[in-house]
Design a protein around this ligand. Structure first.
Ligand code: PSU
Ligand code: MN
Length: 306
């Protein structure tokens, strides 16, 4: 039974020890509107190639997990409507029934580990939602980071989430949270959340060394690298605060629950910022792709020297 199918480019990279960076597909199907989603997906893939690594976008198509897509597959995905959003809980059921679905951070980590890919770049991860003390809405992404050995580069957690609670859960779960090049935990649209991050590192080589040390210690989980958004794309907290509050109010008024919450909030914020949230999102994803490619390169060089 073929569980996963690498693209020719990814198969070659894995066979020859070239650096590979995993990418998720929920950001394409549920995180951004068409056609910007396609433009971003293409730009991120080409950035990763430009830094000497190979991109591996994950998606389940008719029961097969694809690791790396052709441009035609990427285009079809970007235009598809009503694609399932797959996390740890529903990935196997979708594949077993021959279904099609996009991978979240959690499902992309599972796919990356299966294919032997150590590094993954995205925009924002799921976390503990505001009001989680009532809703119990805690993303499966956090528990995946605790058990699957992939280094995930994100721009921190969005301010739609409760960042202090998200950091607490990550600490409880033993997930290293590493701010890149600064002390503070970044908050997606803003370079700082106002909270210190548990760890700070200043180079891709340091992050790669910590990844290898976790493996040497026999620790099962991954690492979260929180890479601040480039200054040019930053939207300050004062601007985003009322917009996020409004989006959350609307989600409550429309009884949005479960896995629909995050896509709903992202879409609403896109509308309320008249697209500005998307421009920022694009800038930070490209920035994360660059750092992930550098970490993957540092890991592949270490493997050659080992
Ligand atoms: N946060 C973003 N953009 C995204 C997502 C989160 O800023 O596209 C997506 C990712 O795929 C993430 C998922 O894994 O939403 C989390 O969903 P939930 O909160 O339902 O676990
Ligand atoms: Mn949730």
């Amino acid at each position: 039974m073929t569980i996963f199918k690498p693209s020719p480019e990814v198969a070659d990279a894995l066979a020859t020890g070239k650096p590979v960076v995993a990418l998720e597909s929920t950001i394409i199907t549920h995180g951004m509107p068409y056609p910007q989603n396609l433009e971003v997906a293409r730009a991120v893939e080409s950035d990763i190639r430009g830094y000497g690594a190979v991109p591996a976008t994950m998606v389940v198509i008719e029961g097969t997990l694809h690791v790396g897509l052709t441009d035609a597959q990427l285009e079809t995905l970007a235009q598809s409507k009503g694609v399932a959003k797959l996390s740890r809980a529903d990935m196997a059921a979708c594949m077993a029934s021959g279904g099609t679905g996009a991978t979240t951070v959690a499902a992309t980590m599972i796919a990356a580990r299966l294919a032997g890919i150590d590094v993954f770049a995205t925009g924002g991860i799921g976390g503990v939602h505001k009001g989680a003390e009532h809703s119990f809405d805690v993303s499966a992404d956090l528990l995946e980071l605790a058990q699957t050995p992939v280094t995930v580069v994100a721009a921190g957690a969005k301010a739609i989430l409760d960042i202090p609670k998200t950091l607490e859960v990550l600490e409880t779960q033993g997930v290293p949270v590493i701010a890149f090049g600064q002390r503070d935990m970044p908050a997606f649209w803003s370079r700082s959340s106002g909270l210190p991050a548990p760890l700070r590192m200043d180079s891709a080589a340091q992050i790669a060394a910590a990844h290898r040390m976790r493996a040497a210690l026999g620790l099962p989980g991954g690492q979260l690298v929180a890479n601040p958004i480039p200054q040019a794309h930053e939207i300050d907290r004062a601007t985003m605060g009322p917009i996020i509050a409004r989006a959350q109010q609307d989600a409550g008024d429309h009884n949005i629950t479960g896995k629909d919450v995050t896509p709903y909030l992202l879409q609403r914020i896109y509308e309320l910022t008249e697209g500005r949230s998307l421009t920022a999102n694009i800038g930070l994803v490209q920035n994360n792709a660059r750092l992930a490619a550098e970490i993957a390169t540092a890991l592949s060089k270490a493997a050659v020297g080992a």
